[in-house]
Design a binder for this molecule. Structure first.
Ligand SMILES: [Mg+2]
Length: 231
């Protein structure tokens, strides 16, 4: 049973994650991670603590170490790493597709006076391949390219809230990974995990999600959007 703290009529804004939440998740994160690990190894960086980070943060940490040795090497490494990430993302996007309910959901919520934005660690190029007319459905989309520090750093979600003129209070962050729950917690929003990625209900509960839904569209069947929804 979901731990539901969301009270009726408390949500004015919803921030969605993209991959696994609004679109089918195709990115091969394992291969991406291995390719980046191999690249880092080729620069003779052996610090083990790098391996425990998410892949984008691995790149930042390795670039920081390289900067101490040679700024030029750090720049070359950073460009090589980004090329690997972007190729993996755009290859996945070529095979990607939106979930069947995504466009309808993004049309329905604003009609209910709920402001919506999308934040993603993916690059804008890959998002546009999967969802070319995304801005028609959601005018605020903040990709990796748009921020210095991606989620779970709160800068990412705060930029989306700023663009919407919304505040963290009254905002629900919806995503398919505990990183999305952490993002919401870091910024002070309510949080919702969805089971359309690779994570389980138990993982979301352990991460402290306020609610767990089968998919993002189910938010329309839940309070505060539907009387007598989940309770
Ligand atoms: Mg995701």
């Amino acid at each position: 049973m979901s731990k539901l703290k969301i009270k009726q009529k408390t949500i004015q804004t919803i921030i969605f994650d993209f991959d696994g939440t609004l679109a089918k998740l195709n990115i091969d994160f394992q291969k991406m991670r291995q390719d980046i690990t191999d690249l880092i190894g080729s620069y003779a960086i052996t610090e083990k603590q790098i391996q425990t980070r998410f892949v984008l943060e691995m790149i930042d940490a390795a670039a920081d170490i390289l900067t101490q040795r040679s700024k030029k090497d750090a720049e070359i490494f950073f460009n090589e790493a980004n090329a690997i990430i972007e190729k993996t993302e755009t290859d996945a996007a070529d095979k990607g597709e939106l979930f069947i309910y995504t466009k309808e959901l993004l049309k329905t919520l604003p009609a209910m006076n709920i402001a919506c934005a999308i934040i993603t660690r993916n690059c804008a190029k890959a998002v546009k391949i999967v969802f070319p007319d995304i801005l028609t459905y959601c005018p605020v989309v903040v990709c990796r390219d748009d921020v210095n520090r991606v989620k779970p750093h709160p800068e990412h979600i705060r930029l989306a809230l700023k663009k919407l003129g919304s505040s963290a209070k009254g905002t629900l962050m919806i995503g398919d990974h505990p990183i999305d729950i952490k993002t919401g917690h870091n910024a002070g929003t309510l949080t919702c995990g969805v089971l359309t990625g690779r994570c389980t209900r138990e993982e979301f509960i352990a991460a402290g999600a306020d609610i767990v839904l089968a998919n993002a569209s189910d938010i329309l069947l839940s309070p505060p959007f539907c009387e007598g929804g989940l309770s």
